[in-house]
Design a protein around this ligand. Structure first.
Ligand code: GDP
Length: 298
């Protein structure tokens, strides 16, 4: 994960190690290297600019420190700024005052949304919740079946249109699922919605209709981290079409660069809440900006 950026930053810092004091020229040269490292990691340009400007400002203003040498000071500044750009504090789920808490997932087809629904349900179950998975992706062949299989593996309940009843109306399924959750004492409802391969007005409208029908407590935008900066463009389209409260990054295990993770918060103003890091149901956790920053600088 993020190997390219890690390697680049490590070599930037190692060239500072022999210096007793950093001149403005040293700081400028270091910031140029950091800029290249971020651009190579496919971080969006406005994010790169803001990041480098902050590092430069702080490095120039840094007091002579007894505890840290100049190289360590720069590492600390970059570490702090990485945490900031990744979202600062860990964003946790907000629960509804009156259950069920309704979580709606939105994102492109292939983003890993259905897999994520299963992972999230399992994770919530292990935390003592009783989630209900709701199949509202009625467009992709097998999506309902896939969700049912995942629900079984995650040992959680699923709500899906009855077989033989035609394709069904996803808005109606979503609405009925909330009623069902109340009756069966499910305190969490996770709604998997339909995605398409590209951004599509009809898909956005359907997601917006489901949103209006169930008024989710959290709308999570699910995006494949491996698509890099395209994740940012997709996120902007979903922000306009449906709106969302937080981001879930999937396939982080295959993301050597980190562009999506480092850009999406700054560009959309929404935090990353969860990270999905593999095909197994357990490959999933809250996204911790501080831990991620430390990993990058490890
Ligand atoms: P959806 O169309 O958005 O519902 O996407 P799916 O959940 O069907 O996932 C698409 C593909 O990505 C499947 O082959 C999943 O196994 C795979 N996938 C999902 N999440 C991850 C992940 O975090 N890491 C890896 N390596 N593969 C994943």
């Amino acid at each position: 994960m993020f190997e390219t950026l890690s390697d680049r930053l490590t070599s930037v810092f190692s060239s500072l190690r022999s210096k007793g004091r950093l001149s403005d020229a040293d700081i400028d040269a270091t910031c140029r290297e950091i800029r290249i490292a971020l651009l190579e990691a496919d971080v969006a340009l406005p994010v790169v600019r803001a990041f480098v400007a902050r590092v430069k400002e702080r490095a120039r203003g840094a007091e002579v420190s007894q505890a840290l040498n100049p190289a360590q000071q720069v590492v600390k500044i970059v570490h702090d700024e990485l945490i900031e750009v990744l979202g600062g504090e860990t964003r946790r789920l907000r629960f509804a005052k009156t259950p069920p808490t309704v979580i709606m997932l939105a994102g492109l087809q292939g983003s890993g949304k259905t897999t994520l629904a299963g992972k999230l349900a399992r994770w919530l179950r292990t935390q003592g919740h009783a989630p209900l998975l709701v199949a509202c992706d009625l467009q992709r062949p097998n999506a309902v079946q896939q969700l049912s299989v995942l629900a079984e593996r995650a040992e959680v309940a699923v709500f899906a249109p009855e077989p033989g009843n035609g394709v069904g109306d996803p808005v109606d399924v979503a609405r009925r699922s909330i009623e069902y959750a109340r009756q069966k004492n499910h305190d969490m409802v996770i709604i998997d919605t339909a995605g398409r391969l590209g951004i599509d007005q009809e898909m956005m409208k359907q997601a917006a209709d489901i949103r209006d029908a169930v008024q989710p407590d959290e709308i999570l935008f699910v995006v494949d981290a491996m698509i890099g900066q395209d994740a940012v463009t997709t996120a902007q389209a979903f922000m306009e079409g449906v709106g969302f409260d937080a981001v879930v990054l999937t396939k982080l295990d295959g993301d050597a660069r980190g562009g999506a993770a480092l850009s999406v918060r700054h560009v959309t103003g929404r935090p990353i809440m969860f990270a999905s890091t593999g095909e197994k149901l357990e490959d999933f956790d809250l996204f911790h900006p501080d831990r991620m920053a430390s990993r990058i600088l490890d």
